[in-house]
Design a protein around this ligand. Structure first.
Ligand SMILES: Nc1ncnc2c1ncn2[C@@H]1O[C@H](COP(=O)(O)OP(=O)(O)OP(=O)(O)O)[C@@H](O)[C@H]1O
Ligand SMILES: [Mg+2]
Length: 505
């Protein structure tokens, strides 16, 4: 069945990795000028399917028809030249190079001198870069190094690059996971413009509200298999969840069984050495309490908890735990005092990509596994990893698998189990469910509530309002580095959080 309006047809695709059948006879058809969402739980095979399309992986079986013709891309360059671009789940630009260089890498505009030598035509490169940046509403100098840009700006650069290749299909793998509300709106505007120009967008996301808003069609995968394709109009959140998870999921949040007790952690007048960051922040958290920290991206919430954890210098401020003043100069001090931090940026500070799942689980608590004579107790290590894989339902072939080959959501679970192994008193989680599917989210909330029930103190930064409201006992809101208010769960709602999140703007 070949339709004229089908730009991309992937038929009966299979792909295995050692120990996993990542794709099992998957078919996926995309129409011209549409936004097609690809959904499924962590590890369902979404990224793998896209990497097969983009020439990163070779297929074990199946065929790909692009614009009606069979294609075999051996590498991303082939795919790009044919008209397919991919904006990756974890952006990997060249940080020290300029925007221009990143846009034109491998195909610099050139000019001939003396009719002989080709040299890079910097002037032309700049003009062409400026034209492209304008198309994605980016007002920056093309000579700026990429490391100076925000995540959303880097993403816009990637989209600009896709436009420059005149791509007919652009794959976006979780593009909004670290964007502000405003940046999401800008991205949607760009997506709508591209759609109007006849470009097809393959949009991968775990955010259902977004999917229902931006997509025309939705394809759902489960366990490496194709489940079905629907018009977005005929879908509801419940229907999506049911098809993704394979069963009805009646509650998105576990029952709150924890009871806050006495104050444990006290933070007083905490102020960064960086004057644009957090300042004069004071708050208390109790044993058995989950304190949510809300605010918009850029509110300096991550910076604040990194300050508490000893990752950032502070100019002044005090922390005490159970009434005792702490002197934290480094993460090592924080860990020794019983404070753990699950970072938001998995690739940057979270995972040790070349290490196995087991070693990633154990890395923060290694001293517990050293016997006399400093020999690592492998049996204990394996047991720890296996227990956690079971408890958190981490999808991995075994404990020796490299963490970098796990799906995004499963990497996050490994990192959470790493800190569980340290048995901290205070557990700080920065956007713990970013990029995580609904089922796994529920499991992570359950773990948090359980820990609180055992008397631990939990602090959770989140940009998802429903999540803040669903699991927190109190919600502290920040705006531009300052604490703008603390709400009790009974009085909190989206409007009040939003009001506080924009209080000093
Ligand atoms: N390079 C690899 N080596 C080994 N296994 C892999 C590799 N890439 C993916 N896998 C496995 O294939 C399966 C599908 O992973 P994939 O990354 O496609 O999931 P996903 O649907 O994108 O999930 P997420 O929503 O978490 O990003 C997982 O079990 C994963 O561990
Ligand atoms: Mg993925």
């Amino acid at each position: 069945m070949q339709h004229l309006d089908i730009i991309l047809a992937m038929n009966h695709i299979s792909k295995s990795f050692p120990g996993v059948k990542a794709l099992d006879d998957v078919s996926f058809h995309v129409r011209r000028g549409t936004v097609h969402a690809l959904m499924g739980e962590n590890g369902a095979g979404k990224s793998t399917l896209m990497k097969c399309l983009f020439g990163i992986y070779s297929l074990d079986a199946g065929e790909i028809l692009f614009d009606g013709k069979p294609v075999h891309f051996h590498n991303p360059k082939d795919a790009l030249n044919a008209g397919i671009s991919m904006i990756h789940q974890e952006l990997q630009p060249i940080p020290y190079r300029s925007i221009s260089e990143n846009l034109w890498v491998g195909r610099y505009p050139s000019k001939k001198i003396l009719g002989l030598f080709s040299i890079v035509d910097h002037k032309l490169m700049r003009t062409k870069s400026l034209e492209l940046l304008k198309k994605v509403h980016l007002k920056v100098n093309p000579n700026t190094a990429l490391k100076e840009l925000s995540v959303s700006q880097i993403q816009s650069i990637e989209i600009a690059k896709a436009i420059s290749y005149e791509s007919k299909v652009i794959i976006m793998d979780e593009p909004t996971s670290s964007l502000t509300l405003q940046e999401v709106e800008q991205l949607f505007e760009i997506i709508n413009n591209l759609r109007n120009l006849g470009v097809s967008i393959i949009y991968i996301s775990h955010k259902m509200e977004e999917i229902l808003r931006i997509s025309d069609e939705v394809t759902i995968m489960r366990d490496g298999k194709y489940i079905g394709t629907w018009q977005s109009k005929e879908l509801t959140m419940d229907k999506i969840i049911k098809n993704m998870v394979g069963r009805e999921l009646t509650n998105l949040y576990p029952p709150k069984t924890n009871v806050p007790g006495d104050v444990s952690l006290q933070v007083k007048d905490f102020t960064s050495t960086n004057h644009r960051s957090f300042r004069n922040v004071s708050f208390d958290v109790r044993k058995g309490e989950i304190l949510g920290i809300g605010g918009l991206v850029g509110a300096q919430r991550t910076e604040l908890v990194e300050g508490i954890f000893g990752l950032r210098a502070v100019e002044k401020g005090e922390i005490s735990l159970h009434g005792r003043k702490l002197n934290i100069k480094s993460p090592r001090d924080a860990i020794a005092k019983g404070i753990a931090l699950v970072t938001e940026d998995r690739r940057g500070n979270g995972i040790f990509g070349v290490l196995s799942v087991r070693d990633n689980v154990a890395v923060a608590s290694l001293s517990d596994f050293v016997d006399y004579h400093f020999k690592l107790n492998n049996r204990k290590l394996n047991k720890l990893a296996e227990d956690n894989i079971k408890k958190l339902r981490i999808k991995t072939p075994n404990t020796k698998t490299r963490i970098s080959s796990l799906s995004g959501g499963n990497q996050q679970k490994v990192i959470i189990s790493r800190w569980l192994a340290v048995e901290p008193d205070v557990f700080i989680l920065d956007e713990p469910t970013r990029g995580i599917d609904v089922g796994a989210k529920y499991e992570i909330y359950s773990i948090m509530i359980d820990l609180a029930k055992q008397g631990k103190t939990i602090i959770m930064i989140s940009s998802e309002m429903p999540e803040l409201l669903g699991v927190s006992d109190r919600i502290m809101v920040m705006c531009e580095g300052r604490l703008s208010g603390i709400l009790d769960k009974e009085e909190a709602n989206q409007e009040k959080i939003m009001e506080l999140a924009t209080k000093y703007m």
